[in-house]
Design a protein around this ligand. Sequence first.
Ligand SMILES: *Cc1c(COP(=O)(O)O)cnc(C)c1O
Length: 408
Amino acid sequence: MGPGMVAIPFNVPTTTGTELRYLEEAIRLGALTADGPFTKKCSQLLTEKYGLRYPLLTPSCTAALEMAADLCRIQPGDEVLMPSYTFVSTANAFVRMGAIPKFIDITADTLNLDWRLIEKLVTAKTKVVVPVHYAGVSCNMTEILRLASQYNLLVVEDAAQAFGAKYRGQALGSIGDLGTYSFHSTKNLNCGEGGALIVNSKSFLDRSFVIRDKGTNRQKFLAGTAKKYTWVDSGSSYVPSELCSAFLLAQLEVADEILARRQERYLFYYRALLPLTNQGLVRLPSIPSDCESNHHIFHLILETPEVRTELLTHLRKGGIQATFHYVPLHDSPMGHKLGYRLGDLPITEQMSARIIRLPLFHAITIAQQERVLDRVLSFFKKPLCRLKSSKMRHSLTEARDFPSLLRR
Ligand SMILES: *Cc1c(COP(=O)(O)O)cnc(C)c1O
């Protein structure tokens, strides 16, 4: 295997085998524009099987987040609390309406926002808090909802990665005022590009139809409750094509199987790598007992950024495409324009420099996973001596809380 050759990709989009049949059917029906039979079937499934009261399919999670920001009636200067450790769309959806993102640091166990810091950041201008459920593991929604109600904040869940995951039995995305999903190719279920806005409070419903339908009353007109189809408010086009919905339906219908398989693959990595945690060499993902994960991401936290880089190189040389993310938003060029500097969010910075995500996708085989594991384990047989002693001491202090994190 020469360098640069990928034997095991990081991601392969999920397919179930039914997609082509549904695409053919959609083409045969000839109704390819918004809110046709496939989009309706998808929404119906989301309601009946996942208890999502008002799901609106969108062309992406980014689009759903933009709708959410609009529904929150963001005004220039409003402040929105969110983690810095997230995808850019979480912030941008609000920033493009003039909001100022206030970044919250994360906790080292789940990499979710640290709700204990919310109170310190709330001002008279704070309007919304955006919990991002990293890797499909829920934020502490009990505390976030309590603080939101105390300070009169709206809650928009960025559940882009969290379809099918739960917090205390409740679907993520259905807990805040609004929730958003992504069906991008990299997520557990996908239709290439796609998403959904979950409206959990009926008061947002009418306006969400208007925003999604170019600022028109089309929805009411079709329902027979408006006489004329006309322009009623500002809006955009946030509707998916039936081709995307046909593709998505093929996956939603067997979502349970997709999620079960992902869990199996995740646990295969987890069990094999658990011995490394005893020696404090890596930290594995942690799922609090009141969270049901959808196992979107399998990641390792390494002792230092240097070890992370070495392991990434070692994996790449073995033909394994492992990745890392995110460049913290507060330390991006845009974050700097907002006045943030490196050092402002220490846990976010540490975790983003020490994380590795292993290949995890629907079609990954046991043989492929064994190759990944072989490569990770072979790396750790030798490198102890390569670590400088100061780094080792640093990492050992940190390592002490690994086992307790795993027991949670
Ligand atoms: C993937 C992702 C998004 C964006 O989803 P798109 O469907 O690609 O727009 C937003 N937020 C988070 C946390 C994500 O992981």
